[in-house]
Design a binder for this molecule. Structure first.
Ligand code: DP6
Length: 331
């Protein structure tokens, strides 16, 4: 077998957050989540299975991957090899078109692109839901990057094994923008997998989060279906603040914010007080993402860009589903 394929997947930002697992081994989320796929931040990944390779060879942004970063990728390749009944090793080349030093998470677009490229190179003709489930096993947020526009991922209920994200139909041309305010180039000290594990095992508020998150998810979903930016923004801010409040109360505290993060939350509140519909959301890092109408995005970018400590700003609109191209079919 010597097939190869190249896939492109876009990053996504959750507006109703996934934080906590129902089953860590199967990587099943404990709460449902809703995200927007971003048009301007993507990962391109090529995968080839080839005779003669003694081990999987992985290159990320031009440098060979090693350690845990490489083993997470090999794990997905192993799942694909098992499904396709393949024994050959693979080469993998992956690169992001957004600055890696920006500290923005690339695991969502990265594992979605890898799932698509590896499955296609191995000759598996899987529909998007199955690819989303494959991506989810490596990183749950990656399940959502298989689809474009606004996307949901359910929570795991009672012993399920298969769990895929689903797009919210007709949401990809909604004229909203997401402005990313980058506040550091440093690597985050605690990744999301470890951060949620610590939160679940030590935060006194984890139980409350599990109760609240599905309600905020339902509000966010309803708002996207009605194209109600204000209702979506309110649910998104609540979801992000509740997730962080819960994590911050962990022991030791899972605190992702820096002083600029807090200044940005205040700036977004000020923007709202002055009549601009803008809402903040924060992931497992100190950057702040602001959702607004596209026509307000220039004002949002200019305002958050002036906050001391903001290194750069990026703007994204709802982006497309992941796509794949077969480079060479297997023999
Ligand atoms: C805060 O998908 O990175 O971005 O499944 O352990 O790989 P793993 O976690 P990951 O967590 C993302 C957490 C988040 C919220 C979200 O994207 O829903």
């Amino acid at each position: 077998m010597s097939g190869s394929a190249r896939a492109v997947a876009h990053s996504n930002i959750a507006l109703a957050k996934y934080w906590g697992k129902a089953d860590a081994d199967k990587n099943l989320p404990a709460v449902p989540s809703l995200s927007m796929t971003l048009d301007s931040m993507s990962t391109t990944t090529s995968v080839g299975f080839g005779h003669g390779l003694e081990a999987d060879r992985i290159v990320i942004n031009g440098r060979p991957a090693t350690g845990p970063e490489a083993s997470r990728i090999v794990q997905m390749l192993d799942r694909v090899r098992q499904a396709a009944d393949l024994r050959t090793r693979a080469w993998v080349e992956t690169a992001n078109d957004f600055p890696t030093a920006s500290g923005l998470a690339s695991s969502a677009s990265g594992f979605a692109a890898l799932a698509l490229a590896a499955a296609c190179a191995a000759g598996l003709k899987w529909e998007p839901a199955r690819l989303s489930d494959l991506a989810r096993r490596s990183s749950a947020s990656a399940a959502r990057s298989i689809f474009g526009g606004f996307v949901t991922l359910g929570a795991a209920t009672g012993g399920v094994d298969f769990l895929a994200a689903e797009p919210i139909g007709g949401s990809d041309d909604w004229d909203v923008s997401l402005c990313v305010a980058v506040t550091t180039t440093a690597e985050k000290p605690v990744g999301s997998t470890a951060g949620m594990r610590l939160t679940a095992s030590t935060s006194p508020y984890y139980g409350s989060w599990l109760g609240l998150a599905p309600q905020l998810y339902a509000q966010a979903k309803d708002a996207v279906e009605r194209r109600d930016l204000e209702a979506l923004g309110e649910a998104a801010e609540k979801s992000s603040l509740a997730m962080h409040a819960c994590a911050i109360a962990g022991v030791p505290s899972v605190l992702y914010w820096n002083p600029t993060t807090v200044a940005l939350i205040e700036t977004v509140r000020d923007l709202r007080a002055r009549g601009t519909l803008a809402f903040a959301t924060i992931d497992a890092g100190p950057h702040v993402k602001v959702i607004s109408k596209s026509s307000d995005a220039p004002l949002v970018v200019e305002t958050v860009g002036r906050v001391p400590g903001v290194i750069r700003t990026l703007v994204a609109r709802p982006g497309p589903a992941a796509s794949v191209q077969l480079l060479r079919s297997g023999s």
